[in-house]
Unconditional design. Sequence first.
Lengths: 219, 219
Amino acid sequence: MRNHSVSKQTIRRLPTYLSFLKDVQKKNIKNISAVTIAEAMKLNEVQVRKDLASVSKGGKPKIGYVIDSLITELENFLGYDTTDYAVLVGAGNLGSALTGYKGFDEFGLEIIAAFDNCEDVVGKEIRGKPVYPISKLPEVCREHDIKIGIITVPGAAAQEVCDELINAGIKAIWNFASVHLSVPEGVLVQNENMAYSLAALSLHLAEQMQKIEEEKKEK
Amino acid sequence: MRNHSVSKQTIRRLPTYLSFLKDVQKKNIKNISAVTIAEAMKLNEVQVRKDLASVSKGGKPKIGYVIDSLITELENFLGYDTTDYAVLVGAGNLGSALTGYKGFDEFGLEIIAAFDNCEDVVGKEIRGKPVYPISKLPEVCREHDIKIGIITVPGAAAQEVCDELINAGIKAIWNFASVHLSVPEGVLVQNENMAYSLAALSLHLAEQMQKIEEEKKEK
């Protein structure tokens, strides 16, 4: 049984612990202390113990955590050890890239099909995954008992697609459209705001360039 | 000149306004009021006026905002109207998908080359973008005056790659490795934690399924 009372901040750090521990495991190291993890990951030791306590019974005195077990416990908590199946709506550039992306395996996600209304893509395949018309959404979701929907349509169409996904039984939405989605209670929307990330990078660069210009003028 | 004193929260919302306004523009509507924007985007009207005041001189009484101008102002502020060039390190599944992704144009980002140390990919191309050995990083970055680096290597290699990018003159890093990166002052790290998103979706589903089970038992 997974413990759901863990804070968002802790959940945010857990994939980082997992990634770090997998790297250590490759070096054939069997045990690790909270102190070593804290130093390597530049975190506070108390924090590390607290975070890991939410997924593991904890390390043993003088031995520390057993790395293999801790990895299993983390993967189990994060749901990476079991596969969640998903559908994706919007087989444009981003949607096709995500549908064809092989890296989701590791995180326990498999996109079984993409949906679109554009004649150019419907009926085709993206790396072996079928692209269906959006009208087939309820049928496919119900048949395969799909609970995760990924939205990669343009902003204007996102709410309508979201409503259709919910009607088809979807309980968790991964939203790549940069719009706010309204959903009923019990449905989670996880927003992936890549547009914001790109704006933040660009703004930082502009700021840095401005500083350099100002420093030049001062000299 | 871009105004850099705008809050992160506002910057997070700006791409959403832009996306919404582009949809409205397609319907051949010329002007829009803050009230209409607020209602459509489910935001507070005061918030909308405040957010848009950071990029625009504002709407006119009875006319509202001129949509074309507001779009230009938003794109200008977010840096989407000028192209920032970037390099990517780690041409695995995710790195290849991002390098070949055509959708970054719209956000003013172009990845000019990918770097990797794996013999299987070095020397090849991803949708016309060259893949170089990591040793060529300083040369390529300096030659093209690249300031943005994208990290898609495994966690264990991320800090080393980050250091090499900074040595090559990079000022902004888009980090897809789920590890903490240490950087000197003046360098921005923008973390893209997809592992967290996937964990959040999976945890929510597990929680929902548990609730349904409990409700069944109660009946």
